[in-house]
Design a protein around this ligand. Structure first.
Ligand SMILES: *[C@@H]1O[C@H](CO)[C@@H](O)[C@H](O)[C@H]1NC(C)=O
Ligand SMILES: *[C@@H]1O[C@H](CO)[C@@H](O)[C@H](O)[C@H]1NC(C)=O
Ligand SMILES: *[C@@H]1O[C@H](CO)[C@@H](O)[C@H](O)[C@H]1NC(C)=O
Ligand SMILES: *[C@@H]1O[C@H](CO)[C@@H](O)[C@H](O)[C@H]1NC(C)=O
Ligand SMILES: *[C@@H]1O[C@H](CO)[C@@H](O)[C@H](O)[C@H]1NC(C)=O
Ligand SMILES: *[C@@H]1O[C@H](CO)[C@@H](O)[C@H](O)[C@H]1NC(C)=O
Length: 407
């Protein structure tokens, strides 16, 4: 009690000082209000579940009324699910210097998330630390093969989810071995992610690096992503998204989609992917839409200055994704530009535009696509086939040097 009272007095004093100094300076937030989780009972002994200490620290920082910082110092802090919920009274920083490690009992994760940030305006997540989802224990439990299990296959818990988080910067963070997706953004606006290392083994199921939907003005840059699924996947309702300087691999590449999973999805508009390198990925630049989808639009998609090395499907539009239903996809894809793309393909089809028979792709443009067939890495049966492009229901224009030859 006494400690808490002293704390409150100190906090109020500091708060006043900070307020004054920020009024005087009138600009940069002053993060003199540090809320260290170890002051709220967190212990870096690798044993204690620190969820409650984290939540209490957050509540104090979030309610402090001045720009405050939650500090997770060096050390390994075990925790189950934590919700960092706003709105906060002011902008807030979470600085992770240590390792935040997930508990492994899936029963704790009924809500499907591990670390959830929600309803926050003005968030900085940084510190050079690591979120370790300890996914290996649960990957083997996931069996989504409908022949093995009749029940709907739920995705494993997401490591770091941002729900309704606006004006956010996430920089200098490592995410390791998530159970499900590493990072998910939904309903976020004006969001910058950079200097991230996102890592999980090639064979880990659905460990997408960054997935986003229903979000706008999102910049993802300067990061290294290697997982068992998409490096970055851009879902429905995404507008004005920029992805640059990403090194991707292993994984399934950079995807728009899959789109048309549900009847009430929103259009995708304004996606820019530039200065990225993808190595050893199954797909390079992929747009995927489901068969039997509702009507939807995906337009203004720009790819520029991309290196694709030893990639299975370097450039692919797949509107026959999830071939369960026999009806075509009704996602209309228009205005897609591939510019200055170099590298190697390990299959003989370097460019595959497999569009919808009811709403064909139009306004597809390839300018300077210079891919080579890496015959040595190809399957024997394909090694003797000509390196080619394949187009179905696609109106495409080819310009400059184009390899494989245009269809
Ligand atoms: C932040 O506030 C503290 C205490 O009010 C002050 O000592 C410090 O100089 C300030 N820092 C900056 C960068 O303004
Ligand atoms: C990410 O990894 C690179 C080396 O691969 C390292 O230089 C960088 O500091 C790491 N980033 C973080 C946030 O630790
Ligand atoms: C986001 O990326 C776009 C395209 O690269 C760029 O024009 C814009 O300035 C970036 N915005 C921020 C806030 O970095
Ligand atoms: C992208 O690459 C081009 C060419 O290498 C370079 O001029 C440009 O500065 C890069 N842009 C960014 C944002 O890294
Ligand atoms: C690509 O995969 C090959 C074969 O699996 C492996 O030897 C190589 O190290 C990988 N390269 C990179 C950059 O991951
Ligand atoms: C295009 O999709 C159809 C339907 O899934 C498939 O049969 C065909 O092989 C695909 N074409 C290419 C070149 O992948």
């Amino acid at each position: 009690m006494a400690r808490q009272e002293r704390f409150v007095v100190k906090a109020v004093l500091l708060l006043g000082l900070t307020f004054l100094s920020s009024v005087v300076q009138g600009a940069e937030p002053n993060y003199s209000l540090d809320f260290d989780v170890t002051k709220f009972g967190a212990e870096a002994n690798g044993d204690k579940n620190n969820a409650q200490a984290f939540t209490e620290t957050w509540a104090k920082a979030c309610g402090s009324g001045a720009p405050a910082k939650v500090l997770i110092p060096s050390g390994t802090f075990l925790t189950g699910p934590v919700v960092f919920s706003g709105p906060c009274k002011s902008a807030i920083t979470v600085e992770v210097r240590g390792i935040v490690k997930a508990t492994t009992d899936l029963k704790e994760y009924a809500d499907g998330d591990w670390i959830l940030f929600e309803n926050i305006d003005g968030l900085l997540l940084t510190g050079g630390g690591t979120f370790d989802g300890q996914g290996a224990a649960s990957w083997k439990l996931k069996d989504c093969n409908p022949q093995h299990s009749a029940t709907k296959c739920d995705l494993l818990p997401i490591s770091i989810k941002f729900n309704h988080v606006n004006n956010a910067v996430v920089t200098g963070i490592n995410s390791l071995n998530s159970k499900g997706f590493h990072i998910l953004l939904v309903f976020c606006q004006n969001f910058k992610a950079s200097n991230l290392n996102i890592t999980a083994p090639d064979e880990s199921p659905n460990t997408d690096g960054i997935h986003l939907s229903l979000s706008s003005l999102v910049n993802i840059t300067n990061s290294k992503i290697g997982t068992g699924d998409d490096c970055v996947s851009i879902g429905h309702g995404s507008t004005d998204i920029s992805v640059s300087q990403i090194t991707c691999g292993p994984g399934h590449g950079i995807s728009v989609g899959s789109l048309g999973n549900k009847p009430d999805e929103m259009d995708v508009n304004g996606i820019t992917v530039f200065n990225c390198t993808l190595i050893n990925t199954t797909n390079g630049l992929r747009i995927k839409t489901k068969r039997g989808s509702a009507s939807l639009k995906a337009s203004r998609i720009f790819y520029d200055n991309i290196i694709l090395d030893k990639v299975k499907n370097p450039i692919i539009i797949d509107q026959n994704y999830g071939a369960k239903k026999n009806e075509p996809s009704r996602v209309k894809i228009t205005d897609v530009h591939y510019k200055n793309i170099k590298g190697t393909s390990i299959t003989n089809v370097g460019v595959n535009l497999n569009c919808s028979s009811v709403v064909p792709c139009d306004g597809v443009e390839l300018v300077g696509v210079d891919l080579a067939f890496d015959v040595g890495s190809a399957k024997k049966a394909e090694a003797n086939l000509p390196f080619s492009s394949s187009c179905a229901n696609a109106e495409a224009k080819f310009e400059g040097k184009i390899s494989p030859p245009p269809c």
